[in-house]
Design a protein around this ligand. Sequence first.
Ligand SMILES: NC(=O)c1ccc[n+]([C@@H]2O[C@H](COP(=O)([O-])OP(=O)(O)OC[C@H]3O[C@@H](n4cnc5c(N)ncnc54)[C@H](OP(=O)(O)O)[C@@H]3O)[C@@H](O)[C@H]2O)c1
Length: 322
Amino acid sequence: MVLVTGATGFIGSNLMCKLAKDNVFPVALFRHESNKERVWKLFKSNFSDAKARFEKITWRKADFRNYPSLSAAFKDITYIYHCAGFISLSHKDAKKLLEINEKGAAFLVDLCLENVIKKLVYVSSIAALGNDPTHPIIDENTPWDNHTDKTPYAYSKYGGEMEVWRGMQEGLNAVIVNPGIVLGAGSPFEKIIDRYKKGFRWYTSGTHGYVGIDDVVEVMCQLMQSEIQGERFILVAENWSGKALALQLRKMSHHSNRVMHLSKSLLFLFWVLEHIGEFFGLRKRSLTRAMILSQYASKKMNGEKIKRYIDFKYTAVVDFLR
Ligand SMILES: NC(=O)c1ccc[n+]([C@@H]2O[C@H](COP(=O)([O-])OP(=O)(O)OC[C@H]3O[C@@H](n4cnc5c(N)ncnc54)[C@H](OP(=O)(O)O)[C@@H]3O)[C@@H](O)[C@H]2O)c1
């Protein structure tokens, strides 16, 4: 049987829908009953027989911070899509990030080995790649570096991916995808898109890699069905600067092309104020140096490798900005 972790999340729920289109009805992990709603809504908007398809899903309750619950969820599982994870760029979530994304991945890998899982498709992130300034274009071979600022999220995703590579050394058949910022209805990035559509005009000057959700789940399914293993694939369709993205979104929602640059020094001023606030016990800080710097880094991701391994073409990013 197929297991989908993080089935109630943005990537997981879209994967559930793609699998259901292919008549695959997996075991799906959940934590809260109410979050199944996300999968149900997607099924309702995609299938005329949504109820019948939804009822074919086997739901199992498990938490990546609770090994026994996870272990029980592995019963009769042979193939795994790992989409569970915690996303936060905030400093205050550092401990939780490591618990879920790194230690949780260690639990996952141990259970895969113990249960002799046939294949694992693991969702990592471009955050798990190095960002050495001497590598202006980042690809799958760009080494991790500890000498540049990184967010706690990046460390947790890197640590999680290392667990998967450790598993592969111990005989696990696995393949890793490293998506850029994933776009699509319900994505964590949607709030930012909506803000621009409502007239927001500030932007930061960094460049980021983007990919559509349909492309991510398509690649994951193809990789699962293939013989490919022991590889990682950056999934980035296009790299966009903050200014180009702001202009595009404003144009699409019929706002003027007057956008304004948010300076790094202004963000650092907020960062200092947050430190002062934390010192006086007013609030916990959330901004990190790494988070600020990442908004101004001009990094280009090369997502071409996947096209040499499977029959696949990226969808244009603007199609996912609507
Ligand atoms: N979205 C992106 O742009 C993007 C880009 C690159 C990589 N990724 C990676 O893709 C993965 C999924 O991202 P997403 O956008 O789908 O995030 P999401 O919408 O926040 O979904 C996260 C999923 O993980 C589950 N989860 C969180 N903590 C858990 C725990 N302790 N135990 C069990 N399940 C847990 C959540 O369950 P609940 O419903 O119970 O909260 C939810 O189903 C993450 O690992 C993220 O790092 C995402």
